[in-house]
Write a new protein. Structure first.
Length: 113
């Protein structure tokens, strides 16, 4: 069982990116899934989460800019990131909220000023 985050890239400040969290070997359509990020020299921090019933929650620093949702047809959880700032630069990871899996490689998001 593995979760893989992808969709990162280089974007200018004010731009948008769409990250996806895909599952191999399991379904995550009814699992609580969280997105985290880790910037160089900093600890991994919570970004956004979606509960098994669809309830969403966000870190204050991304509220109003990021949106988390499910694509059940693709068995993925999507993180839409708008109005990106240079301080959003980090490696982004996804994981199950319960019964955490080993952290994958994540996907790099770089926001240039």
């Amino acid at each position: 069982v593995q979760l893989q985050a992808y969709g990162g890239g280089l974007v200018q400040a004010g731009g948008s990116l769409r990250l996806s969290c895909a599952a191999a070997g399991t379904t995550i359509n009814y699992r609580a899934i969280d997105w985290y990020r880790q910037a160089p020299g900093k600890q991994r921090e919570f970004v956004a989460g979606i509960g098994s019933g669809g309830t969403t929650n966000y870190a204050d620093i991304v509220k109003g800019r990021f949106t988390i949702s499910r694509d059940k047809a693709k068995n993925t959880v999507v993180l839409h990131m708008n109005s990106l700032k240079p301080e959003d630069t980090a490696v982004y990871y996804c994981n199950r909220r319960v019964e955490r899996l080993p952290w994958g490689q994540g996907t790099q998001v770089t926001v240039s000023s």
